[in-house]
Write a protein of this length. Sequence first.
Length: 352
Amino acid sequence: MLEKLLSALPEKYDGVLILSEVNRRYFTGFPSSDGILLVTRKGSVFLTDSRYIEEAKNKVSCCDVEELRNTKVQLPEYCKKFGCRVLGIEGDRMSVNELKAYRRMLKPITLTSAKTDEVINELRAVKTEEEVEKIKKAQLIAEEAFRHILGFIKEGVTEKEVALELDYYMLQNGAEALSFETIAVSGANSSKPHGVPTDKKIVRGDFVTLDYGAVFDGYHSDMTRTVAVGEVGTKQAEVYYTVLEAQSRTLEMLKAGVKCSDADKAARDVITEMGYGEYFRHSTGHSVGIEIHESPSLSPKSKAVLKEGNIVTVEPGIYIPGEFGVRIEDMSKIRKNDCENLTKITKELIIL
């Protein structure tokens, strides 16, 4: 992966200084809260402190590993050793003060963010088969949690209790972490796309929207299902199947070469045709990987084109303030002529 990074950089760059935790993990495969990854055309080194050094030396094979004792001494020494004159930096992930400090430390080396973030994001956007397998395992944990929670949701249970039960189940059954704070909202609260679980008790006739995911070996899953308790009204059923149709049409068109904005439009057109356009208030999807939100995104403003190996969510929704909301979300892997849906759980309307 380091070779791919170097080959994608502009020729004038001697290498890249990677400081962010997420990109260090992406390129080394090693999680750590502290460290520096210096990737250059003449050599690369991962510097990390004494808390991680033993494990890092055992697990990191893409470059040299050294204990980080004094950044101001060691980093300039390695830059000199590798003949660095121009280094790319993660401009999107570095504070102004941090940039100033590293420029003082590494003077007269030029540190520039031009193209660096773009190159890294493009590499991360196309998943390897190893990455895909990790995402599939994370998704499998989430799906098992969904099957479990169907037996837990009932009248009188609170939103918080549902969210906690989902979280506990995933962490007990293979998740190293949660993809994000679990959303479990019901009734009128389900009209909030990113609603926070409350002490509200679920009652008969509620829609319950569950948006959550698991992390497996650093990689995230993301799924949303909306279920009903006891019964559903005519309007609820119409909205549910409108969202399902919007999602289905989008999944059918996904393949390499499709504009992300066109994918968003496919979902948005269905919802608009049914008279609910004003109630679809977010983009249709986003990429998922070592972070829960990555590039590209399926949004009206996106200029990106889907590539083989992208993994994107498809999650249209309708949210009617004061009444209810519906969102259905799958993850899909983009292939040359179609997509592989990584989410296997049923999308038929479940009434508990």
